[in-house]
Design a protein around this ligand. Structure first.
Ligand code: SF4
Length: 344
């Protein structure tokens, strides 16, 4: 008797999540044959026109996913807490500048890298944001935004495809047409991802959170990046700068007794003299329950002077928005205790 082949067990179909409206490329939008009078640009509005919303839901597209839970104002910054469809929440910050507004957006829910100076990393990584969820933060922050920085919750290069996907959606001339020169990706510098980024045809700006001049200190400050050789991080970032003919910014948070020795200043000079790099010296913006001290003015001046003398472009910055706890992740942890918004 011939053996009977049973058909392979069918995977359980759970139903794919609906495609997000703000995740549509212009080509995918065209393929859905939008009605006359509905342009691709119309999708990028915080308040969708009723005919656009009707058309989108008729095609099974999920409309906006973010729900504004809180908005707090302080000085030049406004902080927004957005609830996501699955109950998590992320923050975005709108910062007023003399010539416009900067949107500081999140790329992940939580973060895997556990930087000692950051509240976002203390609760671990929950999930990646989709490209649509990233774009939507910019849309919600409004049409006055003319710069975007990936400096909110999450490590953008640890969500490479969605972050790059969001940048492509944002810069599409038929949509928002956001200039890539106004977009800054701020990262701890994952070497493998930097290698990929080097080959992208994108004129974005790159900022590397360095914070140390030795492997041992960096491993202490960024435990999640202990696998990343500090020398390779610097080399890959400088290689990106060479390839794109621009400078890469290295951020150095000066922490008393941790990375502020004379030897540290000298090593910074050796690493970056005559290189396509600039240094941002940062002062610590205190976070509840994280025991690090603020550095003094004289230490910042010492570092600035040493770098300046070596011809390395350097600026000193206070972390933005300390008046409303706008360092990445603080609001998320403080208000939600690291839990889903719906668990409260
Ligand atoms: S500083 Fe950035 S990479 Fe480090 S834990 Fe916070 S969000 Fe993650």
């Amino acid at each position: 008797m011939p053996s009977v082949m049973l058909p392979p067990a069918r995977p359980v179909v759970r139903g794919a999540p609906p495609k997000a409206l703000l995740g549509l490329s212009a080509a995918a939008f065209d393929a859905l044959r939008p009605p006359p009078g509905c342009a691709y640009r119309d999708l990028f509005s915080a308040r969708l026109r009723p005919d656009v919303a009707r058309w989108a839901t008729g095609h099974g597209l999920a409309l906006h996913a973010l729900k504004q839970l809180q908005r707090s104002r302080g000085g030049r910054s406004e902080k927004f807490l957005f609830g996501l469809g699955d109950g998590y929440a992320v923050e975005s910050v709108l910062i007023r500048r003399r010539d416009g507004f900067t949107a500081c957006v999140s790329s992940q829910v939580g973060c895997a890298f556990s930087c000692r100076f950051c509240a976002s990393g203390q609760a671990g990584l929950k999930r990646n944001l989709t490209a649509a969820e990233i774009v939507e933060q910019v849309v919600h922050l409004g049409p006055r935004v003319n710069r975007i920085v990936f400096m909110g919750i999450g490590e953008p290069l640890n969500n490479y495809d969605n972050v790059l996907g969001a940048i492509r959606l944002l810069r599409d001339r038929r949509g928002l047409g956001f200039p890539t020169t106004g977009i800054t990706l701020s990262t701890i510098g994952i070497p493998k991802a930097l290698r990929r980024l080097r080959e992208e045809h994108l004129g974005i700006n790159l900022t590397i959170s360095l914070h140390a001049t030795t492997q041992a200190v960096r491993d202490r400050l960024i435990p999640g990046a202990a696998r990343h050789d500090i020398g390779e991080v610097v080399t890959r970032a400088l290689s990106w700068a060479d390839r794109h003919r621009r400078k890469v910014t290295f951020v150095y948070l000066v922490l008393p007794g941790v990375n502020d020795s004379v030897a540290d200043a000298q090593r910074l000079v050796s690493m970056f003299a005559d290189k396509p790099a600039r240094i941002n010296l940062m002062r610590w913006n205190p976070v509840d329950a994280i025991k690090l001290r603020r550095t003094e003015d004289r230490m910042l001046s010492f570092f600035r002077h040493r770098l300046d003398r070596a011809g390395i472009p350097v600026v000193v910055r206070d972390t933005q928005g300390s008046d409303i706890d706008a360092a990445c992740g603080q609001l998320w942890l403080r208000d939600l205790g690291g839990n889903r918004a719906s668990d409260r």
